[in-house]
Design a protein around this ligand. Structure first.
Ligand code: 5GP
Ligand code: MG
Ligand code: MG
Length: 177
């Protein structure tokens, strides 16, 4: 029995995740033909998704990692975001695809887009594995969206509960929470 089985139930299983990610990769491959793509992976939650997505994009690309931490006002983000690890190269003139695990209130992505646009990239688009539209507080256009989910707290496939459960291989929900 896996370590998480008594705590985590399945919401989106591995087969469904991988099939959708392959579709997203194919779409991104079509859209970025002839362009040099930079994936900007938002630490830590998006890393599992980003690595699988990168493998399903049939184009040369470069990887950058951006760490953010949001100030919490009670249980949810205040939208005040701090960059804890910055990308390693200038973003000017590049075609950026920001990779996120989940867009909840949208405040984190709103901040990130504003911050990245100020660095004069050639373009900026967003890929998010999950979206919780019922919680949106600011409008974020998600160019490539994996799944729309209800307002439930999810873990696994990169997403944590108190830093744990990121290595659960599917999107799950905490039992009894
Ligand atoms: P937002 O600024 O859109 O409200 O928050 C985005 C961040 O909050 C996500 O990148 C993620 O780190 C965290 N988050 C939002 N909803 C969930 C959830 O259901 N589960 C987990 N583990 N993290 C979440
Ligand atoms: Mg995230
Ligand atoms: Mg987290």
């Amino acid at each position: 029995m896996a370590f998480y089985e008594k705590d985590v139930g399945t919401l989106i299983d591995e087969a469904k995740l991988q099939a959708r990610i392959r579709e997203m990769g194919a779409e991104i491959t079509r859209d970025y033909q002839g362009k040099e793509l930079t994936l900007v992976c938002v630490l830590k939650g998006s890393t599992f998704f980003a690595m699988d997505l990168a493998r399903s994009i049939d184009l040369p690309l470069t990887l950058e990692f951006l760490g953010v931490s949001s100030y919490q006002g009670g249980t949810e983000t205040t939208g005040e975001v701090r960059i804890t690890t910055d990308v390693s190269k200038p973003m000017a003139g590049k075609h950026l695809l920001v990779i996120e695990d989940i867009i909840d209130t949208g405040l984190t992505m709103g901040f990130l887009l504003e911050n990245l646009r100020a660095r004069h990239p050639a373009s900026v688009k967003v890929a998010s594995l999950l979206e919780k539209p019922s919680r949106a507080r600011t409008k974020v256009d998600i160019d490539y969206k994996g799944f729309v989910i209800d307002d439930v707290f999810v873990v696994g496939y990169g997403l944590d509960y108190a830093e744990k459960y990121r290595n659960v291989p599917f999107i799950g929900v905490m039992k009894g929470k």
